[in-house]
Design a protein. Structure first.
Length: 450
């Protein structure tokens, strides 16, 4: 089964032409009525198009946290009623997250701070001598934690990604792990993770999927896709309370060094320390982020209850409108690895001729009340590849091209400290509206026509 088929719902153009009313209401986000100041002192409704960085809080998530606060207490080992109730809520959150990603019944669900924390945790648990295979298209969280890695060049099309991974894994002896994103945080493009999982397993390797940008937009079924591990963040999933999760097979996690060493991770402490062999307590030492876990589970419940068909169709309608609008403006270039027709989530990165990314973002904010992201999005090698920039290995103090017309120093060149050109990223989600999209398109058009 093709991953692109699994993750694609309806063509964007069809979704735009025939909007479908959801069978259940899409939950609201907090801050939908936020007003921000713009040039001249006016207040305008905020157009938040920066969901890929951090999504706003869903109202059901806020309600769940508020409901848990009166009985909040420390979890595990407490005999008091509040402790027992909070423990039950915390462990129920674990079950909810497991179901949300379609994990196997015996998979571990370890609560972490975010995706970066989750990948670093797994990196600490790899068997000795493990070689990690990772593409240069990855977020830094997937590029940097591994003690021994092979980095692959950006593939020209999805099939080439599968071929490159196949060849790399075939040449590696010993334990091996393939690390890949499900949806790019730069272009939004969906990766063929089912095919990549098949290749990994054929070579005796495991696969970790960075699902941070996928799970707010599409349903993920770890079991159906035959994935070994997935990692994602609550703050991108409408639950900005500091929790994320690593979900996957127990054996490496049960044998790895405890991520944190302290209370809860041990069975007993004396002359020798006996660590938990259950990976969940083993890697959750100290008092965990209980409210973060409850918030994360509430977001999972809210998205599941709404139904993915309604969410995907509305997103595809808006992202098609945004992409076609930007494409109609001379001098605006959308960044893409595989071309315009490949399926993607609600992320569009682009450049504007004659302006640095930082200049574009500042004008959008100060004059139009639009929030976007500018820079390299913690994916420096990938963005440099998309922009045709050479690989940089110089110190941050060396000057470089800033991609724009201002003579600013390197620290302000599009928001990146290495001085090379960068891009603007607009990203949508629940709470994004057609007016937000149209406002961005018209603002960029106005900027180009100045």
């Amino acid at each position: 089964m093709s991953t692109l088929t699994i993750f694609s719902s309806v063509p964007a153009r069809a979704a735009e032409a025939t909007p479908v009313a959801p069978s259940r209401p899409i939950p609201a986000v907090l801050g939908a009525d936020l007003e921000v100041p713009v040039k001249g002192g006016r207040l305008v409704g905020y157009a938040n198009l920066d969901y890929a960085a951090s999504a706003p809080c869903l109202e059901p998530v806020s309600a769940a946290v508020t409901a848990a606060l009166p009985a909040y207490s420390s979890v595990h080992r407490g005999a008091g009623y509040a402790s027992q109730l909070t423990t039950a809520r915390y462990e129920q959150a674990r079950h909810t997250v497991r179901a949300f990603v379609g994990a196997r019944p015996d998979d571990a669900v370890i609560f972490t701070r975010n995706t970066t924390d989750a990948t670093n945790l797994l990196a600490r648990c790899l068997p000795a001598g493990t070689t990690t295979v990772v593409f240069d298209t990855e977020h830094h969280a997937s590029l940097l934690p591994w003690p021994k890695s092979v980095r692959l060049a950006p593939p020209a099309f999805p099939g080439e990604a599968v071929r490159a991974a196949d060849e790399a894994l075939a040449g590696i002896d010993g334990p091996k792990l393939l690390v890949v994103t499900a949806a790019s945080n730069v272009t939004g493009e969906l990766w063929p993770i089912a095919a990549l999982a098949h290749v990994a397993h054929r070579h005796g390797a495991r696969i970790l999927v960075d699902a941070a940008q996928l799970v707010p937009h599409r349903r993920l079924n770890l079991t159906a896709l035959d994935l070994d591990y997935v990692a994602f963040s609550g703050h991108k999933l409408y639950a900005p309370f500091g929790a994320g999760a690593l979900v996957g097979r127990r054996d490496w996690l049960a044998e790895g060094e405890p991520y944190l060493k302290g209370g809860g991770a041990v069975r007993s402490v004396g002359d020798d320390t006996e660590w938990h062999d259950d990976p969940e307590p083993r890697h959750e030492a100290g008092t965990p982020n209980v409210l973060g876990a409850i918030a994360l589970a509430a977001a999972c419940d809210a998205l599941t209850a709404t139904g993915w068909t309604a969410l995907v169709r509305e997103e595809e309608r808006l992202i098609a409108r945004l992409r076609s609008g930007l494409a109609s403006i001379e001098g605006v270039r959308e960044l893409s690895l595989w071309g315009d027709d490949d399926p993607r989530v609600g992320i569009v990165s682009f450049t504007v001729d004659g302006y640095s990314a930082r200049e574009v973002a500042e004008v959008l904010s100060s004059e139009y009340g639009i929030g976007v992201r500018d820079g390299k999005f913690c994916a420096h090698p990938f963005v440099r590849h998309l922009l045709g920039e050479p690989e940089r290995r110089s110190s941050a103090g060396e000057s470089g091209a800033n991609g724009g017309r201002s003579g600013r120093d390197h620290k302000h060149a599009g928001g990146c400290e290495d001085g090379t050109a960068s891009a603007v990223r607009a990203s949508i989600g629940i709470g994004s509206t057609q007016e937000h999209v149209d406002r961005l398109v018209e603002a960029v058009r106005d900027l180009v026509n100045r």
